[in-house]
Design a protein around this ligand. Structure first.
Ligand code: SF4
Length: 231
């Protein structure tokens, strides 16, 4: 596992749990608006200090009984070839495990779910199918995203979420995404945060603010147990 960061405590990243966050380095998508470019951009990754896995385990040992859960995020954790082995060790230590994923590796999600190795999955739905590659900045196999959606619905607990990126994700797109994931447990709309992107150029007038997103939420919330605007 290649880690680029640890957040030692969080009360907000794992719903209802006191947790830490482990950030993996590298991503197979190239979202120009990425909020963690230091973990995903090929230009910035070399400047990022790498945290040794033994250091991560020492930290986790010291937090046994203090933290309830661990969130693994990125970057994209499922591109790490030893993710499953790592998670198995973490689960043996007694922690609950939340995984954030872009859904590009359904085969890994399947192994984690069927192996009882994950307690919560948060999957990004970047856009509807016709807009997907434009939104993530590279070609992708949308079938894998669809397969991941179906798998994630079988996880012990889960959420789907969409960052509403100005110029890339419209109300029409959100309405279609809501149809694709109709009947899911949780769906969150996330307002775009410009602070951390690596120079993403966008029209400020096209930003959908929280009240705009709340109006869209009201049109789709009947499809989900929970549907909220974050932030
Ligand atoms: S999938 Fe997530 S981590 Fe990867 S480039 Fe897109 S926003 Fe960044």
């Amino acid at each position: 596992m290649i880690f680029g960061g640890i957040q030692k405590t969080t009360l907000v990243d794992y719903p209802g749990k006191v947790a830490c966050v482990l950030f993996t380095l590298g991503c197979d998508f190239k979202c120009s608006w990425c909020h963690n470019p230091e973990l995903s951009s090929a230009n910035l990754i070399p400047q990022q200090p790498i945290i040794d896995q033994s250091e991560v385990f020492s930290f986790l040992e010291s937090r046994k009984g203090l933290l309830q859960g661990i969130c693994i995020t990125g970057g994209e954790p499922t591109i790490q070839p030893d993710l499953i082995d790592f998670i198995r060790r973490v689960k043996e230590m007694g922690f609950l495990l939340k995984l954030d994923s872009n859904g590009s590796h359904p085969e890994t999600l399947e192994k984690l779910i069927t192996g009882d190795l994950v307690d919560y999955i948060a999957m990004d739905i970047k856009n509807r199918q016709s807009q997907y590659e434009k939104t993530i900045g590279c070609p992708t196999d949308f079938y894998k995203v669809q397969k991941s959606i179906e798998l994630v619905k079988t996880a012990p607990d889960y959420e789907f979420r969409t960052t509403v990126v100005p110029g890339l994700v419209s109300e029409e797109d959100i309405l279609e995404i809501a149809e694709i994931i109709d009947g899911s447990k949780r769906y969150y709309l996330q307002p775009f945060q410009s602070k951390k992107t690596a120079g993403f150029d966008y029209d400020k007038k096209s930003v959908l603010k929280k009240p705009d997103l709340e109006k869209i939420r009201d049109k789709i919330k009947h499809r989900f147990d929970t549907c909220e605007v974050r932030g």
